[in-house]
Design a protein around this ligand. Structure first.
Ligand SMILES: Nc1ncnc2c1ncn2[C@@H]1O[C@H](COP(=O)(O)OP(=O)(O)OP(=O)(O)O)[C@@H](O)[C@H]1O
Ligand SMILES: [Mg+2]
Length: 470
């Protein structure tokens, strides 16, 4: 457990001694300094979270030290110790960034209370900054939807990765297939879920800034570095660092990330000390890393490290059977978000939605539903609310040749299903499959619905629609 570090700076032996003892008993890690010079050295080596600082030191003025320390670390908690007669310096110390002050002679309880409060406030500020990042889009944090065999396989892998506490996980799949949701899923299901999940989009940040984001810097590491800054690997603690779009990470940075994985430690820019990192790295990409490795664009060693626990997401075209469920899910979600009351998509339109290939995957489907709901004033979504590209794809698929329909689509081809030469309406196929399932389960609707991966209500609705007897 990492308890907070407090540095006590006072030239009076008795005061130092009593503060060190009280802080130690309260569970802090404590160091003490007698002079300004000693305080500077200890500050550098001990890296305290809080400093108790006497205003009057033999070789220095406490407020000068205060300025120096705060310039290095603006979040540092500094509590000044002042003589009672010296209220003016106390006030000026507060103006230049001291958190609080206590007058001599002081009550130890008051000092402890003041430190505890200041550190708690600091923790909450860190936490707020963290939550702002994490909750940047609350809605994005929801569940993965879909029951096709490929998604079931994905759910299993998420659980295995989370339980095994695999140090690295690589998520691949085309754009919009849900890689970020999977990354969050791995985090949420693991024992790390109470620690931060921090995402970094490697494609969106220029190389020079990326290094700074990931590793942080010491004060003075470069011209603008007027203060120490923690990097993402440090902020994540024992949580998860999500390196999104890792295929776009510059090759130089790849070497540095590999080192963090291998050594579990790294240095801040301009730093001399190793900083430990216990964070798990989850990386995602929509690029083909294997061929990037062959072309020398991605480091083979990093690829093998990341690929210890791969999770591959299917494109939506490979799991069209999930489209009705996904559509219903998004309609529900946007009903809530926009206070609407749309009850669904009509059968003909659903047929079109299932015939379109969705190159933008679930994201495209989500956007199409959202747009349709903006256009619809009534209660259900129909073809006129979707773009002609989507609707026409459905029409051409109806009249298409057999080879188009036998796409590499093992969720949907089932092996035995044959497409008749003259085509067939999907509704007819649906009807027959429902009849077959009911027959197989002797009319047991729960079993039949389960076997067709639909809810019992949906099955009933369809039976009624197709005029099938109960
Ligand atoms: N299985 C799913 N269930 C529910 N929503 C999903 C699913 N997959 C994706 N989404 C939704 O689709 C959108 C895109 O998902 P996400 O951002 O995770 O994709 P991505 O694979 O990271 O894409 P990119 O490579 O473009 O970053 C999000 O709004 C997400 O909530
Ligand atoms: Mg993404």
């Amino acid at each position: 457990m990492s308890s907070k570090r407090v540095l006590v700076v006072d030239d009076e032996h008795l005061i130092r001694w009593s503060l060190v003892r009280a802080l130690d008993e309260a569970g802090y890690q404590v160091e003490a300094a007698e002079t300004g010079a000693e305080a500077r050295t200890k500050y550098r080596d001990f890296r305290p979270h809080a400093v108790l600082l006497d205003i009057c030191l033999p070789d220095a003025v406490g407020t000068d030290l205060l300025k120096e320390f705060k310039a290095d670390d603006k979040d540092l908690v500094v509590i000044m110790i002042t003589a009672h007669s010296d209220a003016d310096s106390a006030v000026s110390a507060l103006k230049i960034g001291a958190t609080d002050y206590v007058g001599k002679p002081f009550d130890l309880e008051d000092v402890l209370h003041s430190i505890e409060q200041a550190l708690e406030k600091q923790r909450l500020q860190d936490e707020n900054a963290y939550f702002r990042r994490v909750l940047k889009d609350k809605i994005e944090r929801d569940n993965l939807v879909g029951n096709c065999p490929k998604m079931i396989e994905v759910y299993k892998l998420i659980k295995i990765a989370a339980d095994a506490d695999a140090k690295t996980v690589l998520i691949t799949g085309a754009s919009g297939t849900g890689k970020e949701l999977v990354a969050r899923g791995v985090h949420m299901h693991s024992s790390r879920s109470k620690e931060p999940f921090i995402d970094v989009n490697c494609a969106a940040i220029p190389e020079s800034l990326l290094e700074n984001e990931l590793f942080g810097h010491e004060r003075g590491a470069y011209t603008d570095a007027s203060q120490k800054q923690k990097g993402i690997f440090e902020m994540a603690g024992g949580g998860t660092v999500f390196l999104d779009e890792i295929g776009d990470m510059p090759i130089g940075m790849q070497a540095k990330v590999l080192k963090v994985i291998e050594n579990r430690s790294y240095r801040r820019l301009g730093g001399d000390n190793d900083v430990l990192s216990d964070a798990r790295i989850v990386a995602a990409t929509n690029q083909d890393l294997t061929s990037m490795v062959k072309e020398g664009k991605f480091r083979a060693d990093l690829f093998y490290r990341l690929n210890v626990m791969p999770i591959k997401l299917p494109s939506l075209v490979e799991r069209k059977m999930d489209i009705p469920q996904l559509a219903a899910y998004f309609i529900n979600r946007f009903n809530e978000e926009y206070g609407r009351n749309i009850d669904g998509v009509d059968a003909q339109t659903m047929h079109h939605l299932m015939s379109y290939d969705w190159p933008g995957n679930v994201r495209e489907l989500r956007n199409a539903i959202e747009r349709a709901m903006m256009l619809e004033r009534g209660s259900s979504l129909t073809s006129q609310h979707f773009s002609s590209e989507i609707i026409n794809a459905g029409k051409s698929a109806e009249g298409s040749s057999a080879d188009e329909a036998t796409a590499e689509d093992d969720c949907f081809s089932f092996g035995q299903v044959k497409l008749p030469k003259d085509g067939i309406s999907l509704e007819e196929v649906e009807k027959q499959l429902i009849q077959m399932a009911l027959k197989r389960w002797n009319g047991n609707q729960t079993k039949a619905a389960e076997c067709l991966r639909m809810s019992r209500d949906t099955l009933r609705y369809r039976m009624k629609k197709f005029g099938l007897p109960k």
